[in-house]
Design a binder for this molecule. Structure first.
Ligand SMILES: Cc1ncc(COP(=O)(O)OP(=O)(O)O)c(N)n1
Ligand SMILES: Cc1ncsc1CCOP(=O)(O)O
Length: 521
C-alpha cells in the first residue's frame, strides 16, 4: 500500500518535449496516446521553457490526464504545480528541499524524490516522500548530467536496505534507459527477496516511439508480467527439486537431451570453437559457432541457448555479444556468460561491466578469478585466463557463488577441481570430473556450451538443468579416464568425446545418484 492510496507507479511517463526525443510530434498528443496505452502516472519535465510556456503546456496536459484519471506531476517546479493545480511534483536532490515542498503543497499532493543511494533514499522516506525515483539505472542520452549510474545492483541494494518498494508504504520506480527490451530483466534483477520495484519510469521509450500508445501498452504488459519471464530458477508452478531428490529427474533429462538436437549457439573464443562444437554434438546438441551479431535475432528464435565467452574479445566482438544477449533476452531463451580471463586486464574488467549492462544472463560461469572479477573484487589479478592457485576456502567459494547469484538473480557456476553451483537459494558442491579436464584447453568453455543447451531443453528448473549438464559432462570424463587407451591429455580427448556420446546412449542404466559426488550446502 502506498502512502497515497491512489498512487499506481506501474508505468510512469516522464514527458519531454526536446526535439531530439519528441521529433515533430506534439507533446499533448503523445501524452494522450500514452494515457490510452495505459501509463499510470505522468510527469511534465521541461528543463528549458519559460514559466509562461510551462504553465500553458502543463494546463493542457492536465486537462488530458484528468480524462484518464492519471495524476500529473511537475518536475522541479512547485510554482507551476500550484498554478495549474496538478497532483504533485517530482524533485531531485538539488531542487527545493522536500520539507519546503511539503509545507507549500496541499496535504494530499504527491511528492516524488530522486534517490541514487541508500542515504538519499532513507532521507526522502523520513522526509515524507510518496515515492522514490531510483537511478540512474543505465546511462542515457536523455539526462547527461546524471550524478551516478547505479544499475540493478545499486537498485537492489536500496530495495534491500531501505523501506521502499512493493513491501513498503513508500513506493519506487527505476529510471534511466529502460525500455521494452530490458524492463523485465531490470525488474527481476533489482528485486530483493520479496521486495520489488513498484514500476518503471521512462522518457524516450514512449516519447520517441512512433506509436506511443502501442509502446505504453507493451511496456505496461511487460511490467505486469515481469516475474513470469525471468524466474530466478524454477518456473512458477513447477516443483522445486531440492537436494538429492533432483537426481531422480536427471537421467530422464539427459536422455531427452541426447536425442534433442537442441541448439547451442556459441559466441565463443577462437581457441575452443572446434572442441566445443564436437562436445555439443556428442551430447546430442546442435552447435552453431556464429560470432555475427546480425544473425543473432534469427538464431534466438530457434529455441536454443547462447554462450557468450570472452576468451578472445575485440571491440567488434563486444558489439556482437551485446547484440546476442539482447536477441536471446527478447526471445526468452537462455544465455550463459563465461567471462574468460575477466580478472586479467582492465579491458576485460570493463567488458564484464558492458556485458552485464547489456542484458540478463541465466548463468554466469567462470573460475574463481573470473567470478571474483564479475563481483567487482578489485584485488583479483588473474594471470592470463587461468584462475591460479586458490586463495579461498570452500566456505568462501560457497559465499561467493551464493552472493553473486542473489545480486544478479541468476545461476552462478564456479568451476575448479570442485564446482560450485548456486541459484542464490540452493547451493551445491560437485566433485565429479577428471584431472585431465584441467590439462586440456577449452574444457571449461565447452562445459558452458553443454550447460546452456541443457537450460534451453529443460525449462522447469534451471538449477536442475545445469546439474544434469554438469553431471553428463563430468561422469563422461570419469569414464574416459578409465579407458586403457587414456594415457594423458591427448588420448583423453577422443575417449572423452566417445564417453559424452556413450553415456547418453545408456543413461537409464547409469546410477546417477550413486555416482554423483554432490554435496548440498
Ligand atoms: C520519476 C523520476 N525519477 C527521477 C527523476 C530525475 O529527477 P531529477 O533528479 O530532479 O533530475 P531532472 O529530471 O530534474 O533532470 C525524474 N525526473 N523523475
Ligand atoms: C529524468 C531522468 N533521471 C534519471 S535518468 C532520466 C532520463 C530517463 O530517460 P530515458 O527513459 O529516455 O532513458
Amino acid at each position: 500500500m502506498a502512502t497515497n492510496p491512489n498512487l499506481d507507479l506501474s508505468l510512469y511517463l516522464v514527458s519531454d518535449s526536446t526535439p531530439e526525443i519528441l521529433g515533430d510530434k506534439d507533446i499533448c498528443q503523445v501524452v494522450e496516446q500514452a494515457c490510452k496505452g495505459g501509463v499510470t502516472i505522468v510527469q511534465y519535465r521541461d528543463k528549458h521553457a519559460e514559466t509562461s510556456v510551462l504553465i500553458k503546456t502543463a494546463t493542457k496536459l492536465h486537462s488530458i490526464t484528468k480524462k484518464y484519471n492519471v495524476p500529473l506531476l511537475i518536475n522541479d517546479r512547485l510554482d507551476v504545480c500550484l498554478a495549474v493545480g496538478a497532483e504533485g511534483v517530482h524533485i531531485g536532490q538539488d531542487d527545493t528541499p522536500l520539507e519546503a515542498v511539503r509545507s507549500m503543497l496541499p496535504s494530499n499532493a504527491i511528492v516524488g524524490v530522486t534517490a541514487s543511494s541508500m542515504e538519499e533514499a532513507e532521507a526522502a522516506i523520513q522526509g515524507g516522500a510518496d515515492y522514490l525515483g531510483i537511478g540512474t539505472m543505465f546511462a542515457t542520452p536523455t539526462k547527461k548530467d546524471t550524478k551516478s549510474i547505479i544499475g540493478t545492483r545499486g537498485t537492489q541494494e536500496i530495495l534491500t536496505r531501505c523501506k521502499t518498494g512493493t513491501k513498503h508504504s513508500v513506493g519506487c520506480v527505476a529510471i534511466g534507459s529502460i525500455n521494452a527490451a530490458n524492463v523485465q530483466r531490470v525488474i527481476h534483477q533489482s528485486t530483493a527477496g520479496e521486495n520489488r520495484l513498484n514500476g518503471v519510469a521512462v522518457v524516450s521509450a514512449i516519447m520517441a516511439a512512433a506509436d506511443p500508445q502501442g509502446a505504453a501498452s507493451e511496456l505496461l504488459q511487460r511490467v505486469k508480467n515481469a516475474p513470469e519471464k525471468f524466474y530466478i530458477s524454477t518456473r512458477p508452478g513447477s516443483e522445486v527439486a531440492s537436494d538429492k531428490g533432483m537426481f531422480e529427474h536427471i537421467p530422464g533429462i539427459i536422455q531427452k537431451h541426447v536425442s534433442s538436437s537442441v541448439l547451442s549457439h556459441n559466441m565463443t573464443n577462437t581457441v575452443v570453437q572446434n572442441f566445443a562444437a564436437n562436445v555439443c554434438l556428442a551430447t546430442g546438441a546442435s552447435p552453431i559457432m556464429s560470432m555475427n551479431g546480425a544473425e543473432a535475432p534469427d538464431l534466438a528464435q530457434l529455441g536454443g541457448g547462447l554462450v557468450i565467452n570472452m576468451g578472445t574479445i575485440t571491440p567488434d566482438i563486444m558489439n556482437a555479444y551485446q547484440a546476442g544477449v539482447k536477441a536471446y533476452n527478447a526471445a526468452g531463451n537462455p544465455v550463459l556468460l563465461d567471462p574468460v580471463g575477466g580478472g586479467a586486464t582492465s579491458v576485460r574488467r570493463q567488458a564484464i561491466q558492458t556485458l552485464l549492462k547489456a542484458g540478463f544472463y541465466d548463468v554466469i560461469k567462470g573460475n574463481e578469478g573470473e567470478i571474483g572479477a564479475v563481483m567487482g573484487s578489485a584485488n583479483i589479478q588473474q594471470r592470463g585466463v587461468d584462475s591460479g592457485p586458490s586463495s579461498s576456502s570452500a566456505q568462501q567459494k560457497v559465499e561467493m557463488v551464493k552472493s553473486l547469484a542473489q545480486k544478479e538473480r541468476c545461476l552462478v557456476l564456479m568451476t575448479g577441481a570442485t564446482d560450485y553451483l548456486s541459484d542464490g537459494t540452493r547451493t551445491a558442491a560437485i566433485s565429479n570430473g577428471s584431472k585431465w579436464l584441467g590439462k586440456i584447453t577449452g574444457s571449461g568453455c565447452a562445459l558452458g556450451s553443454v550447460v546452456v543447451s541443457y537450460l534451453a531443453l529443460h525449462r522447469d528448473d534451471k538449477f536442475v538443468a545445469a546439474m544434469a549438464g554438469i553431471l553428463h559432462y563430468e561422469l563422461a570424463a570419469e569414464r574416459a579416464e578409465q579407458h586403457a587407451s587414456c594415457r594423458g591429455p591427448g588420448s583423453f580427448i577422443p575417449a572423452f568425446l566417445d564417453e559424452l556420446y556413450l553415456i547418453g546412449q545408456d543413461i537409464t542404466s547409469v546410477n546417477v545418484s550413486k555416482l554423483a559426488r554432490v554435496e548440498f550446502l
